[in-house]
Write a protein of this length. Structure first.
Length: 303
């Protein structure tokens, strides 16, 4: 659904038109049917990439295809739904009037339009009394729900969302996660950026991590986190002298809690406990989170 190869984009600003490179050879491939998370710090290039994909910005160089077409080709947007990070709507309209307006833009009329609006509002749990109030009275979370509803009105094959969780309370985030999963079950490919990495971990099939204009990691959540190493925390029923610990095993600060730095250290420690008659209460597999990996990559880029 999305193919990006060696994407470059430079901005020029100020009186002297000083260049700032935003994207430095980005490569991405998003297959059909995927929920694909796009993460990185502020200013890393997430929104710039999304704007290139949607045709709002022109690339400097590289190859970009959306649904098999260049973003400059209107055909790339015929089956595309998009919700920006900060959508701007006509705030004198009600939410329902806004969806009616956008529904007509995608060719919906009459009973079909009303049915589609009801479906979209139900999908994002926005079929509430406030949908008939003026948009200027909406909270950030309400506006995010309406923004997603307008993005899915045309039942797109590809849905691109820029920071869709921003401004949502925990219930709103849950509703949006469920909406994304439901849409994906219906065959919609979803590409989205987010700073809420716990949500990204819970729903994404694959994730790309961009730092300073470059994709530094890409893969499943397990592949990305496993690449930074794992630890095993072992709790024993008896204390063990530190001098007796096998290589790669450290104290966790308690005489009956131990940290094995990798799988080999775990196996050595389990063998040691078995031979020494030491009972193991439990063992926890500790892997780094996406936040841990992203923080590591940011520090590496800044050093």
């Amino acid at each position: 659904m999305i193919q990006i190869e060696s994407l470059q984009k430079t901005y020029r600003s100020g009186f002297l038109m000083i260049p700032k490179v935003a994207l430095k050879g980005v490569d991405l491939h998003v297959p059909q049917g995927m929920i694909y998370g796009f993460i990185g710090p502020n200013g890393a290039g997430k929104s710039t990439t999304i704007k290139v994909l949607t045709g709002l910005l022109r690339k400097d160089s590289g190859k970009v295809l959306v649904n098999g077409f260049s973003p400059s080709d209107v055909k790339s947007r015929q089956s595309l739904g998009y919700s920006p990070e900060q959508p701007y709507f006509y705030d004198y309209l009600t939410g329902r009037e806004l969806l009616t307006f956008y529904g007509r833009l995608v060719g919906l009329w009459g009973a079909e339009l009303n049915s589609r609006i009801s479906w979209a509002l139900s999908m994002v749990n926005a079929d509430k009394d406030w949908i008939d109030r003026r948009l200027r009275t909406y909270s950030k979370g309400m506006m995010q729900r309406v923004g997603l509803a307008q993005a899915i009105l045309g039942k797109p094959e590809l849905l691109i969302l820029d920071e869709p969780m921003t401004g949502l309370d925990p219930m709103g985030r849950r509703d949006l996660r469920e909406a994304i999963l439901s849409l994906n079950k219906e065959g919609v490919t979803i590409f989205y950026s987010s700073h809420l990495l716990s949500d990204v971990e819970s729903i994404s099939h694959r994730v790309a991590m961009i730092v300073d204009g470059r994709v530094v990691r890409e893969g499943t959540v397990d592949e990305i986190t496993a690449s930074c190493g794992v630890e095993y925390h072992v709790h024993t029923l008896e204390s063990i002298p530190l001098a007796d610990l096998p290589e790669g095993v450290l104290s966790a600060g308690h005489p009956q809690e131990w940290i094995c730095k990798d799988g080999m250290a775990r196996d050595r420690f389990l063998s040691f406990c078995l031979k020494s008659g030491i009972s193991i209460e439990r063992m926890d597999h500790q892997r780094p989170s996406l936040e841990d990996v992203l923080t590591q990559e940011i520090v590496r880029a800044e050093s």
